[in-house]
Design a binder for this molecule. Structure first.
Ligand code: RIB
Length: 328
């Protein structure tokens, strides 16, 4: 396989001249350019991507670090990010961190070695100063890390309040909440939104809050314990759709009919929940738009363009399925 040095020898020019022609930067007179291009064609030279990235200290690659690739929310958001990057000749590298800080730090080390041009990250573990000292363009997605780091997220608190208000409006008398992991900012905000709507209700008990950890099987187990103890709960707000699948599984196993006996509302609007029976009512995030905005924000940062606003917050909207009683 020919190298850049073979091309330089064939065209009787320096390696630096060949590189200027390849990267279209710096002055090269027309005759020299033609000689180099003729040599490239004759030797069928293919620029080595690794060599190019070492020379230019850029690789036209972007890393997306997500906490749990099993959660259908993330493949949907990755799809939008990949579409934007593809249209701008960037390649996407997908990393799954399992919310482990040491794994996320390892990814950052590898990204620096490979001159990854930027990172879109969903994390609740890395400290802002760690991220900033890596000196790599970064956008936090779904979970804002710090006001110094550009972010794209949704109005989790307001969306959660609206979910519980809807359950009340359709007549639910006792409403529980399946929360996501403690200290994950969007889970905490959704929990606070739920609490703001129920804390003054005479029926409310802390026992009506269970932790599903954004995990479908953990949620199913916790829901069975909850409903065994409080069979009069007639409404559940699940902190995301993935956990709502766990509630559905538990109710089905217990012979509890949704929505006749128990109304269920989720949060995300993942496509999978349109395929369940019943289709799950949810507070839908504009998932594709979130990914698209995060990718465009990052590319603007890489290209040195203005980044305003650096903190983008989108609204969620009620998407009515069949898992909630009909509003009369
Ligand atoms: O990070 C997991 C959850 O946070 C997803 O299900 C989605 O709700 C995101 O906001």
């Amino acid at each position: 396989m020919s190298t850049i040095k073979d091309v330089a020898n064939e065209a009787n020019v320096s390696v630096a001249t060949v590189s200027r022609v390849l990267n279209n930067n710096g002055y090269v007179n027309e005759d020299t350019r033609k000689k180099v291009l003729k040599a490239i064609e004759k030797l069928d030279y293919k620029p080595n991507a690794v060599a190019r990235s070492l020379f230019k200290k850029q690789s036209k690659t972007i890393a997306l670090i997500v906490p749990d690739i099993k959660n259908p929310f993330f493949p949907e958001i990755a799809r939008a990010i990949e579409d934007v990057l593809n249209n701008n000749d960037y390649t996407l590298i997908l990393c799954n961190s399992d919310e482990h800080e040491d794994k996320e730090k390892k990814y950052f080390d590898v990204m620096k070695q490979k001159y990854v041009d930027g990172v879109i990250i969903v994390t609740s573990t890395l400290a802002p100063n760690y991220i900033e000292k890596n000196n790599i363009p970064i956008v936090s997605l779904d979970r804002p890390i710090h006001q110094s780091i550009p972010s794209v997220s949704v109005n989790n608190y307001e969306g959660a309040k609206e979910a519980v208000q809807y359950l009340k409006a359709i007549g639910c008398k006792k409403i529980a909440h399946v929360r996501g992991p403690v200290s994950v900012i969007n889970a905490d905000e959704r929990y606070k939104g739920y609490l703001s709507e129920v804390c003054n209700e005479p029926w409310f008990s802390e026992e009506f809050i269970i932790n599903g950890n954004y995990n479908v099987l953990e949620t199913a187990k916790a829901t069975m314990v909850l409903l065994s103890k409080h069979r009069d709960i007639d409404g559940i707000f699940s902190g995301n759709d993935y956990m709502a699948l766990g509630v559905l599984k538990a109710a089905t196993q217990m012979g509890i009919r949704i929505p006749q006996d128990l109304s269920l509302i989720g949060f995300d609007g993942i496509q999978l929940c349109e395929l369940t029976s019943p289709e799950i009512t949810t507070m839908a995030q504009p998932i594709y738009e979130l990914g698209e905005s995060a990718a465009k924000l990052l590319l603007n940062m890489i290209e040195g363009k203005a980044v305003n606003p650096a903190q983008q917050e989108f609204k969620v909207s009620l998407k009515i399925g069949q898992s909630t009683k009909v509003l009369r």
